[in-house]
Design a protein around this ligand. Sequence first.
Ligand SMILES: [Cu+2]
Length: 398
Amino acid sequence: MHYLIWFVVKLAALFGLLITLIFLFFMYLHRHHVTKKIAVWSLIVILLVLLFFSNQAMNTVLSFDYFMKTVGPADGPQMPVENAFSFLMNVDNLREVDIAKDPHELAFLPKEKEVTYTLEAEEVINEIAPGIFYNSWTYNGKIPGPFLRAKAGNKVTIKLKNKETSLHVHSIDLHAVTGPGGGASVMQVAPGEERSFTFLAKNPGLYVYHCATPNVGVHMAHGMYGLILIEPEEELPPVDKEFYVMQGEFYTKGDIGMKGLQIFDVDKYLAGDPTYVVFNGKAEALNGKMKARVGDRIRIFMGNGGVNLISSFHVIGEIFDAVYPESGTPLQKDIQTTLIPAGGASIVEFTIDLPGRYILVDHSLARLDKGAWGILEVEGTWNESIFSPQPSGSRTGH
Ligand SMILES: [Cu+2]
């Protein structure tokens, strides 16, 4: 409710200011005995002030780009006015959620040859950093969406529901699919409806899935992406810990750090200049959730929802013993930083030798300040033969 009250109060304040200005101007004209012209002048002033204040109100409350025309294959990224008004009318029906996907939440490899996954598109209100709220569009109320897992040769059925509280049509395009739109050609789902389709998982790999309803980039920049792992016939070798991490971007009208409910900024989106770059949906989403012990073999399924940036994925103080670059083959060894393309993913593996706090980053390091970092906490015994002297304090060196 507080979002709507905030909006009404702001508009009422602007309206009060407008009335006061008109009244003062009217009194000025009246005192100077130009009553015949008062009506005309008042009308002009009303129109000018309305124009000025409506623009101010829109810029701070909702951003519409009335006249923007882009040249993509579908509708441009502008948000239709009716969507914005229906958002304001429905904002209290949206759930306020903790958007951060737990990096431990990984599906087990199903034993069956035919696998079914059900996803639900839901528009929510969530914090992307302390005190900064956003209207995210999600799969199952989290960013990224659920981790899906199958084996090469499996038949995979995807059911997608679109919650009745949604204001938009949503869909799914899985990069693991061979066929039109990766599924999106038959999976455009209106609010309150459900659709399904089946595909043969032909190629092993770690694939991004995302919403592919125009404007596709705008849907993805609201959080609609996740990963599906198609394991090879021989399956991935066992490890001690697996983690699920995805990088993503938020484009907000308010600059970095501006509190309150933030609205999508189409200019920043087109310029590829996100206000926030985060792992798992919000700043510090991973902290306290990634823990391991010395000697553990770690595997990170690392995806990039984009929509604009390429991630230079690095773990400070570690070397990736093994990387499946872009999740394909062949396997690479001894990698410091690996590129995760927008709409792509990688599998990285390493064994932990020493206790401490290891920071996951996009090594385009300005993005740390935009939120792209997380901590892997490791406990265990120090080994002087690998590193001496033993650091004290936080042990990260950062
Ligand atoms: Cu969507």
